[in-house]
Design a protein around this ligand. Sequence first.
Ligand code: HEM
Length: 511
Amino acid sequence: SPQHPKGAKHLPGPKGKPLVGSAYDLNTGPGGYFWLKFTEWGRQYGPLYQYKVFGKVNVIVGTEKIANDLLRERGDIYSSREQLPMGSQLLSDNKKALFLPYGDEWRRVRKLQHHVTQVRAAISYQPLQMKESARLVHDLILQPKRYKTLFQRYASALILRLTYGAQIETGEEDIVRLVYANQVNVERVSAPGQYLVDVLPILLWLPSWLAPFKREAAKHRQREVSLFTGLVNNVQKDVESGKAESSFTRMWLENKEKFALSDLQGTYVLGGLYSAAASTTASLAMSWVLLMVLNPEWLVKMQQELDRVIGPDRLPEFDDLTQLPMVRAVVKEVARMRPVTAGGIPHKTTADDIYNGYMIPKGSIVHPNQWAIHRDPELYPDPNTFNPDRWLSPKYPTYREPLTQYPNMNNYSVFGFGRRLCPGAHIAERSLNIIVARVGWACNIRKAIDPATGKEITPPEYDYSTDVKGLNTEPHTFPFDMSCRSPQHWAVVEESARRATEELKRPLTLT
Ligand code: HEM
């Protein structure tokens, strides 16, 4: 254990049991959600505390200020990741962008990610987002019970078209099924605590015949590498035959020397975008529907704004967003109350540090607990109330003007902190704004009526989980009614969706 400089104190926190530490306490919070356990401990130990698992120090951060002080201001030592033996080492030979240690390889990877996700690039994807959202609204009105599939189709179609030039119509194409199955698999295998080797890395030294987890990892890895490589090879063939449309993969293939990544590392960066982009975006869209069912007065307020600014004759467009602060406030408030990575994506420290007199040793796993950060009563008075006004009225501490620009999601805690901040935030923000503006413009969303009793069904406030254990959360299927607001709105939706479907068949050009 590190030498504590004179006077540096241990962080407070639960003592845990000998050897295992707090390993088995994490799922003992409400609903078994570890971020609620983090939050419960936070009430006892304060906004910065630690627990240990098999001797490993985990530091939990419960306010935005401390998260920024550490993960951003001291980014040179708070920007690494833990390489789990199973999830990272055996499964991908440490090639997964999300899990790369801080250093030169990560910087090169980040350069490629940044190139395709920076604001300027994100703006050029708006036409595609408009087409996909037009189809989304149309299909949601016809088949609201398929909302989960349809939100996932929107998000998958967007990222797979951008990454590989793949055209997705139903969302049930082979490519979608394969990348989705791969993601579920990988997240299951890499969820912390699934394999003993993750807490006892010494097991890595076992020969394969004694270590079934090694054979299992090898199988997954082979499957994943051939999936990602196959997708890149298809684009390569199209480039050679001159029929490849614009895509991230084509751009990378044509500019490989600029990025200086191995073929396999580049392939992993591209393949990893789907897992980072698809279920996260879809999750927040679903949470929006749920929060509209639970807080119908805010849908009405949003529709009043949309009716005033847009009128009944056309769908909202990206250029309208400056005039739609209520739409942006609703989106931001949904992200506050239902953060997708609720317990935060942990960073790892690469040197000893002292903060406010407390020791944070090198190698600590630092969890910015979004659940607590988003419910800090100093920043968010009455934090458990869904209140978009906190972004729109000067009487709240989170208010900022001008409202043509704020609220927005720049540097918003929902996307993480410091140098590892989500590079896809500009794309995700645009997706959510246009989905919420358009679905809100076109649809009424209400509680479903129980046919047996004739009474309204109120879905649970927080019944979340995920198919994919571990990092991302999303609401379990919940009941609601959705219908188009008027025949006039429907005519606009039908015509826009028809045109979008036609246009989606033409090659994409990214500027
Ligand atoms: C609502 C949607 C999204 C949410 C809530 C979200 C959230 C996050 C969070 C919390 C992190 C970790 C940040 C940290 O370590 O501090 C992250 C990382 C990442 N995100 Fe997103 N994300 C979303 C959408 C996207 C999209 C659309 C893309 C790509 C187009 C994307 C690409 C990535 C990548 C590549 C990383 C890894 C960065 C690294 O480890 O250096 N994300 N995201």
